[in-house]
Design a protein around this ligand. Structure first.
Ligand code: BGC
Length: 740
């Protein structure tokens, strides 16, 4: 990469020239301390990590020793800080202001794992654009999103920030979010600079414990973790954030291999890199640098740029003066910061995002709420529905039981930006609005499952009088997100017992599950007639979930992640390798196995290998049939595609939502290849009785992997092609050849 950054690639010629000129003028005139300042980011308000004292932020800004701030608490504060930077600091360089706008600013959309369950990147592009509009109207320039980590570990609390276990799905959402946040022009008043994070491998923290050791092979890095970063870079993401973890025992922030060779070299990233909270300082804590000075040296030498809060760049001027770091390396990093400011339009008008009137009028509009409701209903995954218990009839007498029916704060999940419980419509409120039969609400226990006095009895009494019991259970919102790992994936407290007791009553039980992660709840699944995974659906939780519960909308969600039966199966994921001893499909299996059964295969004695619910799974109220398919050509070469056409038919008299999923299997490779890989998907809404041909493309380049020659390439050979409604429910399969 040369000096011209891709941050400016989309900026028109005239503005780009002006920004580049200004940047070079500034660089020529700045002291080493001022340069280190541009690379320093302080927190101006609440902490989103370890307790770190940033000193007097106002003084540092006025002295030109800070380039960016995160977590500024109000528009008034933002204006004050910007005035200090522009009017008092030596060069008057404006600040760039950052915030974690993860799944909405004021209007809160479902947690990202729920948004991924929509399998609808266009919808997520729209929700990200709304988040950007609201945040930019409130003085935010830069969001630390999207999180594009891929994870196979639901114990890891940050699974809620991801798009799940699959690199293809995660890449599609990475692109959608970057487009949604950034739009066409970073200087637009409705856009934010995006940040793909956490680079890289963070989703593989051992044991699902946050901040833990990561040990991924090169193949795994290339095939599982890098693709969504490559997609985000290709989509023009302006910034990337370093991860906390090590790669090959070297902290990601200080890894020349990851940053310089792979991100800037192989992926061609030309934007700005920011550390994670104190991740430069933690290079020393990892024991990979001897103190802060060495940590600073490792980070800048690796090619990382901005330091979030650790303060280790205080050592940068001396490192340069003493010849340990090239000033050109520092200049290159500062150039990226200044280019970001230029691209955001801050040199032209540092106050352009501070408009008190718009700050109010741009948030929580009817349109934003409508999109939040659509997202909530499209993210809900129907896991069980015995005897068609759902949808509910508005005339039924319903006992609405459990701790999540009327808990507005929990609906917002973790990372709430400006999301407010007061803005949330809960399920109880939404149902009360439309239900015609009796609706009795009993909370029964707290969200963490702590019993409340008389709760169980009241719940059973209500159930005794009801036609249907709708029980809401889950895990508290703070049990997901950062620093929220769990060793157990069960329902906390007495919730499981509560559902079991309700299941003994006469009325059938439907359950809405609210969680940040897939929970291993086989007993719950067995005891209820209907089970809906609602995730944490956001501001419009109640109306969105009610749309599905009453059947105004077919459940739109499909699992972006496998749901384990038990923690002991983790990691359990669909795109696994075959192993040398796969479980024979033709045999019947028992747990524990009988004497005649094969045990010398890759299996457990006590549970099946398969998850409780597989990747891609989700039921519909309708009856969608996969009628027919065709694909061609049967032989493709590099640069060509196989076109798959699938005919689906809604055989019912209600609307249907179907997600047609296309998988491939590379039968033989220079390395062992997964048994299945998602290649393409199409979400369709079908009217009653509607038949539709759905088309998807599998490009030869989608077949590429990290070959034994250590290159990203597709190898000629035979590929199975499978089409179905989930990774475990394949309707049609065939094969095609990839030739040289
Ligand atoms: C998190 C990041 C976040 C940052 C700033 C860190 O602790 O890991 O995802 O963007 O804080 O809030």
């Amino acid at each position: 990469m040369n000096g011209s950054s891709r941050i400016l690639d989309n900026v028109d010629r005239e503005r780009r020239d002006a920004v580049e000129e200004r940047v070079e003028e500034l660089l020529a005139d700045m002291t080493l301390e001022q340069k280190a300042g541009q690379l320093t980011q302080f927190s101006a308000g609440f902490l989103t990590g370890t307790d770190i004292e940033s000193g007097n932020v106002e003084d540092a800004v006025a002295a030109g020793l800070v380039g960016s701030l995160l977590n500024v608490e109000s528009l008034a504060d933002a204006r004050e800080f910007q005035e200090l930077a522009v009017e008092e600091s030596p060069h008057g360089i404006p600040l760039v202001l950052a915030l974690d706008v993860i799944h909405g600013y004021r209007t809160t959309f479902p947690a990202p794992i729920g948004e991924a369950a929509t399998w609808d990147p266009d919808l997520v592009e729209r929700s990200s654009a709304i988040a950007a509009t609201e945040a930019a109207a409130n003085g935010v320039h830069w969001t630390f999103a999207p999180d594009v980590d891929v994870t196979r570990d639901p114990r890891w609390g940050r699974v809620m920030e991801t798009s799940g276990e699959d690199p293809t799905l995660a890449s599609a959402f990475a692109r959608a979010r970057v487009r949604g946040f950034q739009g066409d022009d970073l200087a637009g008043e409705e856009t934010l600079a995006a940040c793909a994070k956490h680079y890289v491998g963070y989703g593989a923290s051992e044991g699902g414990r946050d901040y833990n050791t990561v040990n991924v092979s090169e193949t795994n890095l290339r095939e599982q973790h890098l693709p969504p970063f490559a997609a985000a870079v290709d989509e023009g993401v302006a910034t990337v954030m370093n991860a906390f973890n090590v790669h090959e025992r070297i902290p990601a922030s200080g890894s020349e291999y990851l940053v310089d060779e792979v991100l800037k070299g192989d992926l061609g990233f030309g934007g700005l890199l920011v550390s994670d909270w104190n991740s430069f300082g933690e290079i020393a804590v990892h024991g990979a640098a001897d103190g802060e000075r060495e940590a600073a040296k490792a980070a800048i030498t690796a090619g990382s740029h901005v330091d979030m809060v650790s303060g280790v760049y205080d050592h940068l001027p001396d490192l340069v003066r003493e010849g340990e770091v090239d000033e050109a390396t520092v200049d290159e990093a500062v150039r990226r910061v200044l280019e970001l400011k230029g691209a955001l339009g801050l040199f032209e008008d540092p106050y352009r995002y501070f408009d008190e009137e718009r700050a109010e009028s741009a948030v929580l509009t009817d349109g934003a709420r409508e999109t939040a409701r659509e997202s909530a209903r499209e993210s809900a995954v129907l896991l069980e529905n015995d005897e068609g218990l759902l949808p509910l009839s508005p005339d039924d007498d319903v006992a609405l039981v459990g701790p999540y029916a009327d808990e507005p704060a929990h609906m917002l999940s973790s990372w709430t930006a400006e999301g407010r419980p007061d803005d949330v419509t809960t399920l109880r409120a939404a149902m009360a609005d439309r239900h015609e039969g009796d609706l009795t609400h009993v909370r029964a226990c707290d969200p963490d499952g702590t019993p409340v006095d008389g709760g169980r009895e009241a719940a059973l009494d209500a159930a005794a009088d009801a036609d249907v019991v709708l029980v809401t259970v889950g895990e508290p919102r703070r049990w997901g997100g950062e620093a929220a790992s769990r060793a157990h994936l069960d329902l906390p407290g007495e919730q499981g017992d509560l559902v079991a007791a309700l299941a003994e009553a006469d009325a059938p039980v439907a359950c809405a599950l609210f969680s940040s992660r897939p929970l291993a709840v086989p007993d719950l699944a067995d005891s209820v007639a209907a089970l809906l995974e609602a995730w944490f659906p956001g501001t419009e939780a109640g109306p969105g979930v009610a749309d599905v519960l009453y059947g105004d909308s077919d459940p739109g969600g499909r699992l972006p992640v496998s749901v384990p039966r038990t923690e002991g199966q983790v990691p359990v994921y669909y795109n696994h390798l075959n192993t040398g001893r796969p479980v024979p499909e033709e045999e019947e299996h028992h747990y524990p196995p009988t004497e005649d059964e094969t045990v010398f295969c890759s299996r457990y004695l006590d549970v099946p290998n398969e998850p409780l619910y597989p990747f891609g799974y989700g039921r519909s109220y309708a009856d969608v049939e996969y009628v027919d398919w065709a694909f061609g050509p049967e032989t493709v070469a590099d640069g060509e595609s196989v076109t798959v056409e699938v005919t689906v038919e809604n055989g019912s008299d209600r609307p249907a939502t179907e997600v047609v999923q296309v998988y491939t299997r590379d039968r033989v490779g220079s390395r062992a290849r997964p048994v299945k890989e998602l290649a393409a998907f199409e979400k369709v809404h079908l009217g009653p009785g509607e038949r539709r041909a759905v088309t998807a493309e599998v490009d030869a380049e989608d077949l590429a992997f990290w070959t034994a020659d250590e290159e990203w390439a597709a190898e000629p050979g035979t590929f199975d092609l499978m089409v179905g409604r989930s990774s475990a429910d394949i309707a049609f399969s065939g094969a095609f050849e990839l030739v040289e």
